[in-house]
Write a protein that binds this ligand. Structure first.
Ligand SMILES: C[S@@+](CC[C@H](N)C(=O)[O-])C[C@H]1O[C@@H](n2cnc3c(N)ncnc32)[C@H](O)[C@@H]1O
Length: 318
């Protein structure tokens, strides 16, 4: 690196004993988004030389795994794997670390070797992002967090939308420590969804209760669905409008005479039997989400007293 490029964060990392200036990006993402809690289990994909691993270890103190094509010099209390995150062999090892319990956070700061061909480099970057996303879906606990570096370009929006379909809150964020000339941005996705339905899914339900605000309450397996304009005893075909970790909101499309044998009129999200949560067959959502925090606070089941936040500042990342 040329001397004049050795900026503030480079020197700061040297002074404070971090292995890379990238450490400050994770610190800043965490300060803004409140990601890492004490005791969290964290997997860091594309982790060499280990700056993020040092920060993750400091903030969590829990089980940490770093994976990279490059050898990662030992960090006390951190497990490492030398391997390619796009290979099945490496994913098997990561699954082994995650075990049946899964992990709280998947981080990915991986970057491809740059060829200088912008379109090719962007596509390679998105391939790495997809590998990290697929891995995250396999190992994240319900309500887990995924943070991934993306190089902006024409494939970015599609990737962002795919991530948005699987988490309650998704936001893109550029920490100050990212160089101003860099096209990188971080996608921060919180509250991994493991509900049996997704936005725009169709299902048939029976209204077996009423909320104080007048919404009908139905169950799909053990999952609660609040149905607008439906009354006790009705059997209805509904469209899912919003999904939270523990419940969803839906609107009535049609009244039915009886429940069909399979209430899932679009394929159910199927948790894997090994304890991980992949294999969800999604429909593409009608309206792509904006690249900002969704304007919702996670609603408790007391939705009758729910007041939407006045502005984005009210949204809590807990
Ligand atoms: C910017 S560095 C990560 C810096 C790290 N966050 C830190 O704080 O030290 C990107 C890393 O991604 C790794 N990488 C790129 N492609 C990879 C792949 N397919 N599998 C695993 N690691 C990969 C590179 O080897 C490189 O070490």
């Amino acid at each position: 690196m040329a001397r004049n490029q050795k900026d503030f964060y480079y020197h700061q990392a040297q002074k404070e004993g971090y292995r890379s200036r990238a450490s400050y990006k994770l610190k800043q993402i965490n300060d803004r988004m409140n990601i890492i809690k004490r005791g969290d289990t964290i997997v860091d994909l594309g982790a060499a030389p280990g700056g993020w691993l040092q920060v993750a270890k400091e903030l969590s103190g829990g089980r940490i795994l770093g994976v990279d094509l490059q050898f990662i010099k030992e960090i006390d209390g951190v497990t490492t794997i030398k391997g390619d995150i796009t290979s099945d062999e490496t994913i098997e090892k990561i699954l082994e670390f995650a075990g049946k319990g899964g992990v709280d956070i998947v981080l990915c700061d991986a970057a491809p070797n740059l060829s200088g061909n912008w379109a090719l480099d962007h596509a390679r970057g998105i391939m790495l992002n997809d590998a990290a996303f697929e891995c995250a879906k396999k190992i994240l606990k319900p309500k887990g967090t995924f943070v991934v570096k993306v190089f902006q370009g024409d494939l970015f929006k599609d990737f962002f939308d795919r991530v948005s379909a699987e988490f309650v809150y998704v936001k893109s964020y550029s920490p100050q420590a990212s160089r101003s000339t860099s096209a990188e941005i971080y996608v921060i996705a919180k509250r991994f969804l493991t509900a049996p339905v997704r936005k725009n899914h169709l299902c048939a339900v029976e209204i077996t209760g009423m909320g104080e605000s007048g919404d009908g309450i139905a169950y799909l397996d053990d999952f609660v669905i609040f149905v607008k304009d439906a009354v006790l005893g009705e059997i209805v075909k509904v469209k899912i409008e919003d999904v939270k970790p523990n419940f969803a909101f839906a609107k009535v499309l049609e009244k039915l005479d009886k429940l069909p044998e399979n209430q899932y009129l679009t394929p159910k999200y199927v948790p894997k039997t090994d304890g991980s949560f992949a294999n969800f067959e999604s429909e593409s959502s009608e309206q792509p989400k904006k690249q900002k925090i969704l304007r919702v606070r996670d609603r408790s089941l007391d939705i009758d007293n729910y007041v939407p936040p006045a502005d984005e500042k009210d949204v809590e990342f807990d």
